[in-house]
Design a protein around this ligand. Structure first.
Ligand code: G
Ligand code: G
Ligand code: MN
Ligand code: NA
Length: 252
């Protein structure tokens, strides 16, 4: 309970931060987007991992407000980049409780309008656990989002238990290959899974992006599979917004 109290307090005082991790096309390493990632500074000068506090914030119902704030931060960052001539897509993680709020797609729509962000420049990352829940409602929300024109990705793909049969009925744009299937490449077993996800994506007309790419061997392996995009420490770590601007400028 203490940690949620502290989180509420720090959120109210605008102590949370959003960092950004670049995403690149595998063929020419051009910048295609970045993922917005929450950072919560702790007293000792470090950070409390979102892997720790996001699940707690979900249980406490706090993730709906925090998630909306992240989306608004991402919209503002998108506009700043666009003003610099870098029109890229910003991916935002969406928790199950957020996605399930009635009128979620409408909230996204009015948020984009508020900041004048083109829908195609925002991607929503949902996990398989979103997709498994109340399928009909989820499909309707996904359809509304699709009509709006935002991109939708399935995050951590392969770690959940979503049935492959309904993947094809969902309006999606991208599969994110979980880091678990990238870290040991080119090991045979994980290689087979990565290959499966890439070919599944291709058959369904979805882009595939690999997370957690740390070595050139991993990148080569993924490229040979036909994976479209990469995100990982080898290219860039998550960074605060001003560093992302520097990162982009030094590449140009
Ligand atoms: O950035 P890092 O690897 O520490 O993130 C750990 C986990 O926290 C990841 O699974 C990521 O999806 C999740 N996470 C980071 N930022 C957000 C956010 O804004 N919203 C939600 N729901 N999850 C987030
Ligand atoms: O689950 P999700 O995809 O949202 O998690 C993204 C998290 O993965 C971010 O917190 C980011 O810090 C982490 N991450 C991104 N690239 C790498 C990488 O190359 N290696 C490792 N170990 N973690 C990474
Ligand atoms: Mn993610
Ligand atoms: Na992931």
């Amino acid at each position: 309970l203490g940690i949620i109290r502290q989180l509420r307090h720090d959120f109210a005082r605008e102590k949370l931060q959003v960092w950004y991790q670049p995403q690149l096309a595998l063929d020419d390493l051009s910048l295609i987007g970045c993922e917005a990632l929450l950072r919560w500074p702790s007293e000792d000068g470090g950070f409390i991992s979102p892997a720790v506090f996001v699940p707690l914030a979900e249980d406490a119902g706090l993730i709906v407000d925090i998630g909306q704030w992240v989306l608004e931060q991402a919209c503002q960052q998108q506009k700043r980049l666009e003003a610099l001539g870098e029109e890229i897509c910003i991916a935002v993680n969406v928790s199950v409780p957020q996605f399930k709020v009635k009128g979620y797609a409408q909230t996204v729509k009015s948020t984009l309008e508020k900041y004048g962000v083109k829908p195609a420049n925002i991607e929503l990352e949902v996990t398989e656990s979103v997709v498994m829940d109340e399928l009909e409602t989820v499909i309707n929300t996904l359809k509304e989002l699709k009509e709006l024109g935002v991109e939708v990705a399935i995050d951590d793909f392969g770690t959940g238990f979503s049935s492959l049969s309904y993947l094809q009925s969902l309006p999606l744009d991208r599969l994110k290959i979980d880091r678990a299937f990238v870290k040991d490449l080119p090991d045979n077993d994980t290689g087979a899974i990565a290959a499966l996800v890439v070919s599944l994506g291709a058959k369904l007309g979805l882009k595939t992006i690999a997370e957690g790419v740390e070595t050139q061997q991993q990148a080569e392996f993924l490229k040979n599979l036909g994976c479209d995009e990469v995100q990982g420490f080898m290219y860039a770590k998550p960074m605060p917004e001003h560093e992302l601007l520097e990162f982009i400028e030094t590449r140009n």
